[in-house]
Design a protein around this ligand. Structure first.
Ligand SMILES: [Zn+2]
Length: 412
C-alpha cells in the first residue's frame, strides 16, 4: 500500500476542452491532466459484463416475486462492496389495476417485414421509417426452451409491497442538489431480461463503483437509482416522484447539513443498452451482428414542461460522447417515451439513453429479443456489450462535468 506518504491534492476536471476552472480548488494541477478521462478510464468492460451476468442469475426478475427481491439484495451487496454510501430503499404498495393486462398480450413477434405506412406516428411522437415487424410481450412459459430458466421464472407476481434501491454520493459543496443516474431492475418475458434492463442496471452499478472511489469527490450529489415495476407501467419511478418530489432541497433535520432529497437537477435513465443491429429485413428477421454504424440514442421529450432543460442535458451527453466514448457515437432525439425518466419530465431535466429510439425503432421491431425468452446473456457478443460500455462512458463523462467531480492525485 504505497499511499502512506502520499500528498493528496484535489483537482478539477477540465470541461470538455475548456480550461479547467474552479476558484474553490486552489491545488496545483498538471496542465495536461484530463480528470474526466481518468474517471472514464476506470470503467471496466469485464466488470460491466459481469454485472449483467450477475443480474441474469435471477432470471427475468419480474416484480412481486422472490427472484426480484433476491436481485435487489444482490444489488445492495454490490453497492456496499463499491463503497457507495447512503444505501436506502423506497417502499411502496403496488396493486395491479388489472392483473390480467399483461397476460392478454401474446407473443406477436415475427412475420415478414412490411413498409411503415407514410404518415405513421410512433408512441412518443416520432416518425417511424422503413420496414417494421410486430412486437409483443411473451407470457408463455413454454416459449422458453430451457427447463431451468422456465423453473427459475415460474413464481407468479403477487400484489403488495415493493422495494427499489438507491445510493448517493453526497456533494461536498452543494449537497442540496443532485443528478440521478438510473435504470430498472425488473424484467419480463421468461428469459433473463439481459438487455431489458440488466444492461442499464449494470451500467448504473459500474458508474456507482467509479464515482464512489475513495479519491473521488463531487461538488453536487449524485444518486444511483434502481427502479422496480418499470414493466408494469413505470410504477416504481412514479412512486418515487409522488413520495419525494415535495421533499426536494429540504434540510432534515434542520441545521444538520443533510438533504435527504436534494433538488433534482437532472435524471439520466438507461434502458436497453446493447442491441443496435438495424431495422428488420424483408424476411422479418434482424441482422445477427451489431451494425458498424451503431449509435447511442439520447432522447428528451419535446412535449414536456422541462423540454429546454432536458434538451440541454441531452446535448451535454452528446458532447461527452464525442470526446470520451471509445467506439460508438451518440444521437439526440426529441421523443423520449416509455421509460422511467418520463415521470420526472415535468419536474426536472429528464433524458433517456438507449440502444435505439424507443418509439420509432424499438417500437418498429428493431430489437427482436425485447420482452422475449431470447433476452439472454448468451444472446449478445462483445460488440453488443461494448455499445453498453460506450453509453457508460458517455454518462460518466457528462456526470463528472455536471456534478463537478474531482480526483485526488498523489504528489510524486
Ligand atoms: Zn426496459
Amino acid at each position: 500500500m504505497a499511499a502512506t506518504c502520499a500528498i493528496v491534492m484535489w483537482v478539477h476536471p477540465s470541461a470538455f476542452g475548456e480550461p479547467g476552472h474552479n476558484a474553490r480548488l486552489q491545488a496545483p494541477v498538471d496542465s495536461g491532466a484530463d480528470l474526466v478521462k481518468i474517471l472514464v478510464y476506470r470503467l471496466d468492460f469485464e466488470r460491466y459484463k459481469a454485472n449483467i451476468k450477475g443480474l441474469t442469475q435471477f432470471g427475468d426478475r419480474r416484480q412481486g416475486t422472490d427472484r426480484n427481491r433476491r436481485a435487489i439484495d444482490w444489488i445492495e451487496a454490490q453497492l456496499q462492496s463499491f463503497g457507495c454510501a447512503n444505501i436506502e430503499r423506497l417502499k411502496y404498495d403496488y396493486q395491479p389495476p388489472n392483473p390480467d393486462i399483461r397476460s392478454t398480450i401474446a407473443n406477436s413477434a415475427g412475420g415478414p417485414g412490411t413498409p411503415t405506412p407514410s404518415g405513421a406516428t410512433s408512441v412518443g411522437g416520432g416518425t417511424p421509417r422503413g420496414l417494421r415487424v410486430q412486437t409483443g410481450i411473451n407470457n408463455d412459459p413454454n416459449a422458453q426452451p430451457d427447463p431451468k430458466l422456465r423453473e427459475l421464472n415460474a413464481q407468479p407476481s403477487a400484489p403488495g409491497i415493493r422495494e427499489e434501491i438507491y445510493c448517493t454520493k453526497v456533494g461536498t459543496i452543494h449537497p442540496d442538489e443532485m443528478y440521478m443516474v438510473s435504470a430498472h431492475l425488473d424484467g419480463i418475458g421468461w428469459g433473463e431480461a439481459a438487455n431489458d434492463d440488466a444492461s442499464g442496471t449494470a451500467l448504473v452499478m459500474e458508474l456507482a463503483r467509479v464515482v464512489s472511489g475513495p479519491d473521488v469527490r463531487t461538488e453536487r450529489s449524485v444518486r444511483f437509482i434502481f427502479w422496480n415495476n418499470e414493466e408494469t407501467g413505470l410504477n416504481g419511478s412514479s412512486a418515487y416522484v409522488e413520495k419525494r418530489k415535495d421533499l426536494q432541497g429540504q434540510e432534515n433535520p434542520p441545521g444538520s447539513g443533510r438533504y435527504p432529497e436534494p433538488k433534482w437537477l437532472g435524471v439520466i435513465q438507461h434502458d436497453m443498452m446493447l442491441f443496435d443491429h438495424g431495422m428488420p429485413l424483408e424476411d422479418g428477421t434482424v441482422s445477427k451482428r451489431q451494425r458498424p454504424e451503431a449509435d447511442i440514442n439520447i432522447e428528451f421529450q419535446a412535449n414536456s414542461a422541462f423540454a429546454a432543460q432536458s434538451q440541454a442535458l441531452a446535448w451535454t451527453l452528446e458532447q461527452a460522447n464525442e470526446k470520451y466514448a471509445a467506439d460508438y457515437p451518440a444521437r439526440v432525439g426529441s421523443h423520449m417515451t416509455n421509460t422511467d425518466s418520463n415521470p420526472f419530465m415535468n419536474a426536472a431535466a429528464s433524458i433517456s439513453v438507449r440502444e435505439n429510439e424507443r418509439g420509432t425503432e424499438i417500437g418498429n421491431g428493431w430489437d427482436p429479443q425485447w420482452h422475449q425468452p431470447t433476452d439472454l446473456y448468451a444472446t449478445y457478443d462483445d460488440k453488443d456489450f461494448r455499445l453498453g460500455l460506450n453509453a457508460a462512458q458517455t454518462t460518466l463523462a457528462a456526470i463528472a462535468k455536471l456534478a463537478g467531480a474531482t480526483v485526488a492525485r498523489r504528489n510524486p
